[in-house]
Design a protein around this ligand. Structure first.
Ligand SMILES: [Zn+2]
Length: 314
């Protein structure tokens, strides 16, 4: 039995111009052994940085600045515990001045940031990089993702098929292909199960996936012998879902910024993405596990290149 942990990143809403892409990613591990090894590897990263137990590695929380650190005098010079206490005190002082919805939103933000208050921006980047390395180093782990440029999806599929459904259909199809290869190799029926996040913090994304699954229920029923009904888990308690979140984030950031380079010619998003690149599902020299749905004439990303959709870079 293989488990496919799913998570999505980027708004599927066309009107949201903050993200051009919606990315649905899946991290696939064997139920026996594979999941435990992945979770132990990510927990080791969290322990190294003294993150709270249970482990919470959410890409968005790790990657975005904690503004309140800037209000702590000599933050970098403090011990980790003192850093945490000082930033928390700044947050509590701000909370005391807020009311109503603003107050509730800020409480959610405080809870999300609490595990990493003691880490400076550079240290948070190292947590992110080490977590991606831990995922990339796992034997037997396979990554799937579908990166959909929202505007192109509407051109190809029309408004009748929402973007999450486009991505979900593709990913499930690829997972079924993977399972049938396993069945062939092992000469016995190998099944899989989808595991999804039900974190209320990402309610919109969860609703997208859940609605899509319900829409496709009868179609998935046809492959029910292979894929069992999905389970929904709390990402706070599932380190494997957090792995899918980290992969989805790294893939979206790269896909959206593959052509952006700094003064030294380095694309930082590519450096991060390469940490997991070898784990994409491949067979017989072909890349099956990842797709970038875009007008391919415009794209020279590693995925479009490997799939033969783009001209080789100069
Ligand atoms: Zn591309």
């Amino acid at each position: 039995m293989f488990l496919l942990y799913l998570d999505a990143t980027g708004s599927a809403d066309l009107r949201d111009v903050n993200t051009t892409h919606y990315v649905l990613a899946g991290v696939c591990v064997a139920k026996k052994g594979g999941r435990a090894a992945l979770e132990a590897a990510l927990k080791a990263v969290a322990d190294r940085w003294r993150l709270d137990d249970p482990v919470e590695l959410h890409a968005k929380d790790i990657r975005l600045d904690i503004r309140e650190q800037g209000k702590v005098p000599d933050f970098a010079g403090l011990e980790r515990r003192a850093r945490r206490d000082a930033v928390w005190a700044v947050m509590e002082a701000k909370l005391a001045r807020l009311q109503g919805l603003e107050r509730r939103q800020y409480q959610v933000y405080m809870r999300a940031k609490r595990p990493i208050l003691h880490l400076a921006r550079r240290e948070c980047s190292q947590v992110y990089e080490q977590a991606l390395d831990a995922i990339g180093a796992q034997d037997g782990l396979t990554i799937f993702f579908d990166a959909v440029e929202k505007r192109h999806a509407v051109k190809v599929h029309g408004l009748g098929m929402p973007t999450p459904e486009v991505a979900f259909r593709h990913l499930v199809g690829r997972f079924v292909g993977f399972l049938s290869r396993q069945t062939h190799q092992q000469e016995k029926l190998v099944r899989g199960r989808l595991v999804m996040d039900n974190d209320p913090k990402d309610e919109a994304l969860f609703q997208d996936l859940h609605t899509t699954y319900c829409r496709l229920g009868h179609e998935l029923g046809q492959v029910d012998g292979v894929i069992k009904k999905p389970t929904f888990v709390d990402s706070k308690k599932s380190v494997s879902i957090q792995a899918a979140d980290l992969v989805a984030y790294a893939a979206r950031r790269y896909i959206e910024r593959w052509d952006k380079r700094d003064a030294q010619g380095v694309c930082h998003e590519e450096k991060q993405f390469r940490r997991i690149l070898t784990k994409l599902d491949r067979h017989g020299g072909h890349l099956h596990g990842a797709r970038h749905l875009i007008d391919s004439r415009r794209c020279g990303c590693l995925i479009c290149q490997e799939r033969g959709y783009a001209d080789a870079p100069a």
